[in-house]
Design a protein. Structure first.
Length: 370
């Protein structure tokens, strides 16, 4: 049996897994030596928060693909108890510095907090599931890098942008070199490695991307996968609408968190040129079964690897796309709006209660001095 020295993380729902969740897991792993992540069932999420975007099976696999995760506890209860921690042989659980409430407004970590088996890590500023859902529904481009626009400020009340809750509302995401270093593996290719290059938007990094990268990973005995991420303006050129939903800085962290990825090229060119192949000493260039968009001049971006005979089409067996995820959100727009409003209302009620408690304590201290 594994020694009892693990940290377990049970997060509110782990629905749309984004780099904020990954950063939380990175911090949690640093607190212990074995990280178990509890992921809730569809019914648990629906009961306490509202309709999930992804199925529980999709979420289980998505969380397993995050490189700091050692084990996934499927069907974890929404309320974390001492019984749950003991079941998985864990010393303590970890959660972000926001609050998670049950459907009746109770703290889901109350029991483990009282027992001293609770730890906190910092919430990642600039991202939330609520904000990402808002971007999809509003169809604006203000979240793109290098775009100065006020359109994202319009009609966002339902998505927490102007909310009173510090946990639901988000601030602007600011990329720093330290964040990239924390997520990056820092490993150079080793002799005998097969260097594989893949490129694209990898927007709203999801289970479709994970299945593709896993399939690519299995192509070699010692794979070293480099992911080229296209700039926002380039993605918008070939995808249109308000794509990408996540800007290039956000997409970088999302991809770096994947256990199959060794390196990321930020702002990779559309054309996979001879210079690029030579620079990274690429052995294989892989692409999924999705459409290959032409370069600005209409040319084939894979002309060079095709000429060299190193281009491979990889069938992951998963047809899920970012477009399909957006359609899931739009189809259930009213339900997601209600979910977000309900979530913020509960958080505001807790904040007000905590504020009243603090005011009462201040009065008591003042009276004691008199």
């Amino acid at each position: 049996m594994r020694a009892k020295s693990a940290s377990a993380v049970y997060l509110p729902s782990y629905d749309m897994v984004h780099y904020g969740h990954s950063n939380q897991l990175r911090q949690a792993k640093a607190m212990g030596d074995y990280l178990i992540v509890g992921v809730h069932t569809d019914s648990e999420i629906a009961k306490h928060k509202g309709p999930p975007v992804f199925t529980q099976e999709e979420r289980y696999k998505m969380v397993r693909a995050i490189k700091w995760v050692d084990e996934v506890a499927q069907g974890a209860p929404y309320v974390t108890t001492l019984e749950t921690l003991d079941k998985y042989n864990c010393d303590f659980c970890v959660h972000g510095d926001d609050i998670t409430l049950t459907v009746d407004g109770k703290d889901t970590y109350e029991e483990v907090k009282k027992s001293g088996r609770y730890r906190e890590c910092k919430r990642t500023q600039g991202v939330s599931t609520t904000d990402l859902v808002g971007r999809m529904l509003l169809m604006t481009k203000a979240h793109h890098s290098n775009i100065d626009s006020s359109d994202y400020q319009q009609h966002t009340d339902n998505f927490g942008k102007k909310g009173h809750s510090p946990w639901t509302g988000v601030s602007q995401f600011l990329q720093t070199s330290q964040k990239i270093i924390q997520f990056a593996s820092g490993q150079e290719p080793q002799p005998g490695d097969t260097i594989i290059y893949v490129a694209g938007a990898f927007d709203l990094f999801h289970i479709g991307h994970v299945d593709f990268l896993e399939a690519v990973y299995k192509l070699a005995e010692k794979p070293y996968i480099i992911v080229g991420l296209h700039f926002d303006q380039e993605v918008n050129r070939y995808k249109g609408k308000n794509y990408p939903i996540m800007n290039v800085h956000e997409r970088t962290l999302s991809v770096l968190a994947c256990r199959y990825v060794s390196e990321v090229v930020i702002g990779a060119p559309i054309a996979v040129t001879k210079d690029l192949l030579d620079h990274f000493k690429v052995d294989l260039v892989c692409h999924g079964k999705t459409e290959i968009y032409p370069d600005k001049d209409g040319s084939d971006p894979h002309a060079e690897p095709r000429r060299k005979g190193i281009l491979r089409t990889v069938d992951s067996g998963n047809s899920l796309t970012t477009d399909a995820i957006v359609q899931r959100i739009i189809k259930n727009r009213l339900l997601f709006e209600a979910r977000n409003q309900k979530k913020e209302a509960k958080e505001i009620a807790v904040i007000q209660a905590l504020k009243r408690q603090e005011e009462e304590k201040t009065k008591e201290r003042a009276q004691a001095v008199m």
